[in-house]
Design a protein around this ligand. Structure first.
Ligand code: GLP
Length: 240
């Protein structure tokens, strides 16, 4: 595992944006695995900036997002589809038809999971997966548990996650209790992975990841089994 420790959030964002933009330049039709949350926002802002300056071209890029709340309408401003449009897709020249987010309105989550994994397979897998990390070590919405699931699936969010994510909602009661998430196997179709973390509240999860030990109780530790992972974290997340 490569580890890059940056001074702060801004440097973490630049380091990640540089890797993404180099990939797009080298492989214009690359498949990006994208994440939501506050962590990658700065990275998206830099990519938008580069595109506006004309040095980055998203016209052939394809994307698959990690997860989506369930149930949620795509035009709900807390949906991850809305987040992606708002933070990236509306501001770059990507073809939205080439962007994929799990359908938070599906009537059949099981079928939706299978459909989503087929999309990833038809794209030939993911070139670069961007990940954040939950305070409890979740990646996507793969929550700590006795077992982890390989494919894209419906998951019950833990009380911790509902609590942490309630900061984005008017009240905790409005946070969906479930989500659709790529499973560990879906994530592992990625040829390379970047996991980003900023701030002391991520220190515990990052320490577990970097310990090299693997436990389903901290799903990010599964990344120790992947051959090409880069951890980009700031000093707060690294040192605590
Ligand atoms: C969310 C998302 C994850 C994200 C994580 C951390 O619930 N499902 O994909 O990485 O929690 O979020 P943040 O970056 O806001 O700390």
């Amino acid at each position: 595992m490569n580890v890059i420790v940056t001074k702060d959030y801004a440097e973490m964002s630049s380091a990640a944006a540089k890797i993404v933009s180099e990939l797009i330049k080298n492989k214009p039709d690359c498949v990006l695995g994208l994440a939501t949350g506050s962590t990658p926002e700065g990275m998206y802002a830099q990519l938008v900036q580069e595109c506006k300056e004309g040095s980055l071209d998203f016209s052939a890029v394809r994307s698959v997002n990690l997860d989506e709340y369930y149930p949620i309408k795509p035009d709900n401003d807390q949906s991850y589809r809305y987040f992606m449009n708002d933070k990236l897709f509306n501001h770059v020249n990507i073809d939205k038809a080439n962007t994929n987010v799990p359908n938070g309105m599906t009537e059949n989550p099981e079928e939706e999971g299978a459909r989503y994994d087929k999309i990833i397979a038809n794209l030939g897998g993911i070139d670069l997966q961007i990940l954040g990390i939950g305070q409890n070590g979740h990646i996507g919405f793969n929550e700590p548990d006795e077992e982890l699931v390989s494919g894209t699936h419906l998951v019950d969010l833990t009380e911790d996650t509902i609590q942490v994510n309630s900061r984005f909602f008017a009240s905790i009661d409005e946070v969906p209790k479930q989500a659709l998430t790529m499973g560990i196997g879906s994530i592992f179709t990625a040829r390379s992975i970047i996991i980003m973390a900023s701030g002391k509240n991520k220190h515990d999860a990052i320490s577990k990841l970097l310990s090299g030990k693997i436990t389903t109780q901290c799903p990010a530790t599964m990344l120790n089994l992947h051959p090409d992972v880069t951890v980009i974290c700031d000093e707060g997340a690294y040192n605590g």
